[in-house]
Ligand binder design. Sequence first.
Ligand SMILES: Cc1ncc(COP(=O)(O)O)c(C=O)c1O
Length: 457
Amino acid sequence: MPNDMDIPPSTSALAQSLNAVKLSDSPLESRVLPREFYDLFLSESSKRRIEDPIRALLPLEDRPGLISLLAGKPNVDTFPITSMQFNLRDPVSSAESTIVLTEGELAKGLQYSSSAGIPDLLDWLVGLQEYNHGRKRGEGWGLCFGTGSSDLIYKAVNALLDPGDVALIEAPIYAGVFPVFHGTGCEMIEVRTDEHGTDAQGLREMLENWPAGKPKPKVLYTVPYGCNPTGMTSTLERRLQVLELAREHNFLILEGNAPRPPSYFTLEQDQPEVGRVVRFDSLSKVLSSGMRIGFISAPQCIIDAVILHTMTSNLQPPTLTQVIALRLLREWGYDGLRAHVERVAQFYHAKRDVFEGLMRKHLDGLAEWATPEAGMFFWFKLNLGDAAQGDSEAVIRTKALEKGVLALPGTVFHPGGRKTAYVRASFSLLPEDQVEEALRRLREVILEARKEAGVTE
Ligand SMILES: Cc1ncc(COP(=O)(O)O)c(C=O)c1O
């Protein structure tokens, strides 16, 4: 999974890891990059966006004593839903309790609200970032809510990239981001990863030998923990090297949700400059993927650009979702959410272990893999022999499908779609008997492909 299912370390572990990497003792405020710094980064289309004149005034409605004749809000008394409740499982005891939305919560949930997200939820999420990443509110960053992190990735990438700009994209990586980058007209350049994470040395060489006249990259997109599809995690050393490169070569780091600190978002506060990290979080894999709960933490002017985009596209994320999420999150508190995430992680670890046991049974010698530390995928390399030229595409897209197995060839996780013998298989849903059958079929497919390729052993 992307990564949300790992457990944040204790505060003391976080403090220790931070002490180990402390680079700057000067006060953080003096190291926060000024707003003008981002003039070079914001895209032309984002600079062209203007405020919705009605929505821009909406926050004023919260001013005490003010009588608003502003918005065309429907009267909630005309709405047919009159009450709402849901049952909630306790993350520790598993006991169920019934949560009834108050009249006020329901009325709020059924109504329009701010494009950034409802203030109380934003406040809770800012507190979550303080709790998980040790960032203090008001210190060089802001946060807004979106309909899943995908919504925010789309808006942030469009806030930053113009046609002809260059984006570095670590690979293999979550394939869902390629269409987003592609749509901006930017050039995507692949940054390799290995078992220690982003290949920072390779990246340094690439940047130091950058062709004269070619625009330098504006951003690097990375998922440093439990990366989808590989489950790979970048070491602390690599993350610090990448932060250094970002400063030396002046690019921003777009960090896909990676809850295990120290995140880039955590680490940057001890760097000589603060404000190069744009962090995407999602609760899709731990609360509900259908509720679409995502948030972005970034320098305020990038947050402002994202909110402006929301204002002019979908107006706002759904209020009802936010009201339900807030009620649930307040019920649990930060410790409760952590306990829940830990349980989710245990659930997927058990699924992973079953899947791996069956992979050993059916694919031993036919595929190679490393046990994923997090996530919901196995990323494995097919041993197809030389004739297949290290390409899993035909085998997975055609032959496996004919035998009734759907998986993803590794090529889709590379920005340039280069050939690879890897395959991604998800273990989040299937019961054991279906995993067994899927892997049995895959075994047949690989054996046939090897036979065709003349592999004898
Ligand atoms: C790295 C990464 N980012 C974003 C997403 C999309 O998440 P959301 O449901 O929050 O839009 C995924 C989904 O798997 C993912 O793996």
